[in-house]
Ligand binder design. Structure first.
Ligand code: ATP
Length: 366
């Protein structure tokens, strides 16, 4: 119970902004799907259309294979959790959690145990008599989750529920939401612009930009095989190094614009895919962890020469900010035995971990 399907769902606001442009995806029952994208990409509008708070211009939304256009929001069996908690300030925590059930005419004898059960799951038992004004941000967000939980809906829609919390609290609430999802086995659609939240929580991620779906896949696949330049640059921190150049499959390299060349991987499947783009402008992607400082022992990896601008230490690793010709390049390396800034360094790169994109369309080509 609780599958959600969008088919070519489109929404333009009166001013002609196409907020959501032919979006399609399917969320399986009991799955936690993350809608990820930058501010303004259409995530909230998508969620509001599923909840019935915004109308759909064209396309279809189905919940459990039933079209929901004509179904009122209150009859969709969906609970939404908002970024700003939206709690009633004059009600206690218990009353806030019970309110939705009362509105729906749930018998009084059922309400109290359901509130108690949700409060126990979220560690809110000691706070049930307090008003929202006397709670911390994390506690308020827990109450907002509790209010959704007591309804036992088929589908939870969560709109950036952690964005008002500080970093430490966000990390612990993230785990709490993952635990809740396992416990209640409900369908959840979770909207965020935070890639860490998306990667850690999502069983699947739908990446959006400009109102369109850019990729719909597992977190690992999205990281390891980004479908286009937008996804490649959006996920990963520091982000993927993207180097534009001309593809020369015959010479087995990419001639990077205003820099040296990079060797192509030997994999015959990749070579065949690249051969179709021979002589064209491409963008080569290399994640910072695919680069390393070359050691004196002759290694199997090809190398490039770069100028080291700045070393950033972040504890258990360091980021080397370098210039490769005209391009800024970052490597993620162990923090030991690092050269000084301003020096020329030899860096290895792993051709097997290269990504290739068409420079014009931005689409992956390997
Ligand atoms: P954020 O992460 O900032 O909340 P979002 O990805 O959720 O962004 P939406 O809120 O869905 O994005 O907005 C998508 C686009 O639609 C944006 O360009 C926004 O300015 C526009 N938009 C949203 N609501 C309205 C509205 N009521 N009237 C006109 N334009 C709107």
């Amino acid at each position: 119970m609780g599958s959600v399907v969008l088919e070519n769902v489109t929404k333009a606001y009166a001013e002609g902004v196409c907020a959501v442009d032919a979006v399609s995806f399917r969320v399986e029952s009991a799955q936690l799907m993350v809608l990820l994208g930058p501010s303004g990409c259409g995530k909230t509008t998508t969620l509001r259309m599923i909840a019935g708070l915004d109308s759909v211009d064209s396309g279809r939304i189905l919940i459990d294979d039933r079209e929901v256009h004509a179904v009122e929001p209150k009859d969709r069996d969906i609970a939404m959790v908002f970024q700003n908690y939206a709690l009633y300030p004059h009600m206690s925590v218990a009353e806030n959690m019970a309110f939705g059930l009362k509105l729906r005419g749930c018998p009084r004898r059922e309400i109290a145990p359901r509130v108690q059960q949700a409060a126990a799951m979220l560690g809110l038992e000691a706070l049930l008599d307090r008003r929202p004004g006397a709670l911390s941000g994390g506690q308020r967000q827990r109450v907002a989750l509790g209010r959704a939980l007591v309804r036992q809906p088929r589908v939870f829609l969560l709109d950036e529920p952690l964005s008002n919390l500080d970093a430490g609290l966000r990390a612990s609430m993230r785990m709490e939401i993952a635990r809740l999802h396992r416990a209640v086995k409900a369908t959840m659609i979770y909207v965020t612009h935070d890639q860490v939240e998306a990667m850690t929580l999502g069983q699947r991620i739908v990446v959006m930009d400009g109102g369109r779906v850019q990729q719909d896949d597992t977190p690992l696949r999205i990281y390891e095989r980004p479908a286009n330049l937008f996804v490649a640059g959006f996920l990963g921190s520091p982000s993927m190094n993207l180097l534009r150049g001309r593809l020369d499959v015959v010479a087995a390299c990419v001639q990077v614009t205003d820099a040296g060349h990079l060797d192509l991987p030997e994999d015959s499947v990749v070579r065949r895919a690249l051969a179709a783009h021979e002589g064209r402008e491409v963008v080569v992607g290399l994640r910072p962890e695919a680069l390393a400082l070359a050691t004196t022992e002759a290694g199997a990896m090809p190398t490039l020469e770069a100028e080291l601008d700045l070393v950033e230490h972040v504890g258990n690793e360091a980021f080397l900010n370098m210039r490769f010709g005209a391009h800024a390049v970052v490597a993620r390396v162990p923090p030991q035995a690092l050269p000084e800034s301003g020096r020329c360094v030899r860096v290895t790169y792993d051709p097997r971990r290269m990504h290739f994109f068409d420079a014009g369309s931005g689409q992956r080509i390997d």
